[in-house]
Design a protein around this ligand. Sequence first.
Ligand code: SF4
Ligand code: SF4
Length: 173
Amino acid sequence: MKQLNAAAPKERAHHVLQACRLHDALGAEILADPKIALSLKAYRAAIEKTRTAFAKAGIFEACSACAAHVFGGCCFPDMEWNYTVTHLLINRLLDCPLPTRHAYEDQCLFLGDTGCLLTAKNHFCLNYFCQDIQRKLGPASMKALLQVVGEEIMAGWQVELLLIHKYRSDLFL
Ligand code: SF4
Ligand code: SF4
């Protein structure tokens, strides 16, 4: 296993920078691990399933029209700190580029022009549906959607567990 020093100074977006450093140093080695590669494949499939369900339910359309344009909406600045280095590293392993500068100063770092830039979102972001969306979808559709979201969260958790078991957990701080 390659040695890597934990990130030193705390820059703004230091968790993103640490995830990118880890990806540069360990990405190929991680992807060569058959168990992790398999779990990433299952995670990608679960993410795709959620995306299809969200698109069908009109969530992306509603959220991309709202998130960047409504002050005090879901994607407020503190949300970016709910992401661990591990989760951001997983985004890089899924070929998702990570921003280091805010597109909108008063919003989450990961918010772009057409919505969230992340491939792998955490449970805070996946599980939140505002009252408008809940009303629009109704209880049966909400239940079906939450089931799909739950499967994605579990698939992501499997990848995280494998990474934390394989590597020193302090690398991910
Ligand atoms: S969940 Fe509701 S409030 Fe949040 S971004 Fe989507 S439409 Fe806007
Ligand atoms: S990570 Fe994405 S969905 Fe979550 S708050 Fe930030 S922009 Fe919004």
